[in-house]
Design a protein around this ligand. Structure first.
Ligand code: UN1
Length: 506
């Protein structure tokens, strides 16, 4: 495949880059196409030794990079964005091949990386600190934002490029370097993207800003958590692993940004405009084969329109073309692995035991050409109650639970009654109901939308959640502050030494 060559991917690849590709000594990892089961390429993983060389190089790069003025750092990030823009087609195809999302979404993911680079360029001239009025005469008070250090970025398979970009582009303009540990399901996406950005950084003498280390949790992941050279760990993944990250980084007083499980609800009130709601639900629940953190998992629909909505959704699901994600007609590609399929089947068993009723889908599929091991399933709609244990859990697969609600109060109560809190949406034409959903007594999620679905956020807003979804925000708004340390400066330019709070001392 030409695009693999274009991205510098061969049959055998190194799993560690720190300004140059290292000769790794770890076990070989195979990357497989989830649509066919065929091996795309192999990666020689890093051991502790290469990990050490990676973090040391990234840290040394940070010590030099922090001295480059922020707008100049932005200039280089602009070149990174342009390099990604030039390879958008190839990178999107690689996402589709290795992760299994359809081409439109593969390109969309790369666009998200380009967008955050553009955002970061502008932000590089806007790392604003406040100035305050001192209570003491002849004193100036202000806060300064300084680079933080080397940022550990651990990403999940489902956004194998964009999430690294959300973190790294901001980290770079803030004066930090990054060490990236991608998911073992999508190592080639990380290698391809690194090959796109590294010529830009190497030309500036800063290749190690984009350090990459591919290895198992045992060899590499655990070292991240305890490594004092990394004052910030940004982790995207499951709630159970996120908890480990929170505790290990908390123990050494490092910061963490945690983007963990979502269980996103979409509220459909009686007056909803179904001509936009149905496509939003379809994209939210079937898009990326239900493997986004932002996937619509719970549909909280008013009982008066529930039958009609179910009917329309089942009809829409029947028309979804399932198949190879590289085929432009496909709407739903495979799940990432055999275990993801097994987890979906297990969730549906539990659902049935707990009283749920499947309305459509939920079967495994063997498609022509995928006999070697494609992981296809039919997206499922099921009637359920919000309190079922399985509904309270995030299953990373296309299962949409339809839950009936009586009114807005009932909807908000049920909506918030799950452990997770990432994204949420309401469809209504009533401005009072819409605003109530976005108010303090409404949705308890990090993101609450009106008349658009739960997934597909733009990079300009801060992205992240509450409760078991974790904490911290990535991409837009003032997320950049997490990648810097704040320093309060009080400068006395008078010839006296007045003390704060009016204290007289001696
Ligand atoms: C994720 O699923 O980890 O809002 C991120 C969205 C995308 C990002 C999802 N922009 O669906």
């Amino acid at each position: 495949m030409d695009f693999l060559r274009e991205l510098g991917i061969s049959k055998d690849n190194s799993g560690a880059y720190n300004g140059e590709w290292l000769a790794c000594k770890g076990e070989w990892l195979e990357s497989r196409d989830p649509a066919t089961g065929k091996v795309i390429g192999r990666i020689r993983q890093a051991t502790g030794e290469e990990y050490e060389a990676c973090v040391a190089a990234a840290h040394a790069a940070y010590l030099r990079w922090r001295e480059v003025p922020a707008p100049k750092r932005g200039e280089i990030v602009r070149k990174l964005g342009n390099a990604i823009r030039e390879k958008k087609d190839a990178l999107g195809r690689l996402v589709t091949l290795e992760m299994g999302k359809i081409l439109q979404e593969g390109w969309g993911e790369v666009q998200e990386a380009i967008d955050i680079a553009d955002f970061a360029v502008g932000q590089s001239r806007m790392l604003y600190g406040l100035s305050m009025h001192s209570e003491r005469p002849g004193h100036a008070m202000r806060e300064s934002w300084h680079p933080l250090g080397t940022v550990g970025v651990i990403t999940a398979f489902n956004f194998p490029m964009a999430v690294w970009a959300w973190n790294s582009m901001l980290a770079y303009i803030c004066g930090d370097s990054c060490v990236w540990k991608p998911s073992s399901e999508t190592p080639l996406c990380a290698i391809g993207l690194t090959n796109v950005v590294r010529p830009v950084l190497e030309a500036e003498g800063f290749g190690a800003l984009a350090t990459l280390v591919i290895g198992s949790g045992r060899e590499v992941g655990n070292r991240f958590l305890t490594d004092k050279r990394m004052p910030l760990i940004s982790f995207t993944g499951s709630t159970s692993v996120g908890k480990k990250v929170a505790m290990a980084s908390g123990e050494r007083f490092a910061r963490s940004i945690l983007e963990l499980g979502g269980n996103n609800g979409l509220v459909l009130l009686e007056d909803a405009d179904l001509s936009i709601a149905i496509p939003a639900i379809l994209f939210g629940s079937v898009g990326t084969a239900g493997q986004r953190c932002t996937t619509t998992r719970r549909l909280l629909v008013h009982e008066k329109i529930a039958d009609e909505v179910e009917k329309r959704l089942v009809r829409a699901y029947e028309q979804v073309k399932i198949g190879n994600p590289a085929d432009e007609k496909t709407l739903c590609g495979p799940l990432v692995s055999a275990s993801a399929v097994a987890e979906m089947m297990d969730a549906l068993e539990q659902l049935k035991k707990q009283g749920g009723k499947i309305l459509c889908g939920g079967e495994r599929l063997t498609l022509p050409g995928a006999e070697a091991g494609g992981h296809f399933v039919k997206p499922c709609i099921a009637r359920a109650e919000n309190h079922y244990p399985i509904v309270q859990t995030e299953t990373f697969a296309p299962i949409l639970y339809v839950i009936r609600i009586k009114n807005l109060e009932d909807a908000i109560q049920k909506h918030n009654d799950v452990p997770q809190g990432l994204t949420s949406a309401i469809f209504t034409m009533n401005v009072r109901h819409a605003e109530r959903f976005c108010a303090a007594t409404g949705s308890d999620c990090g993101i609450a939308n009106v008349n658009i679905g739960t997934s597909g956020a733009e990079i300009g807003g801060a992205f992240g959640g509450e409760k078991e979804t974790g904490w911290g925000r990535e991409s837009g708004s003032d997320s950049w502050k997490q990648y810097m340390r704040r320093q309060t400066n009080t400068v006395n330019w008078s010839n006296a030494l007045p003390l704060a709070q009016g204290i007289q001392f001696g």
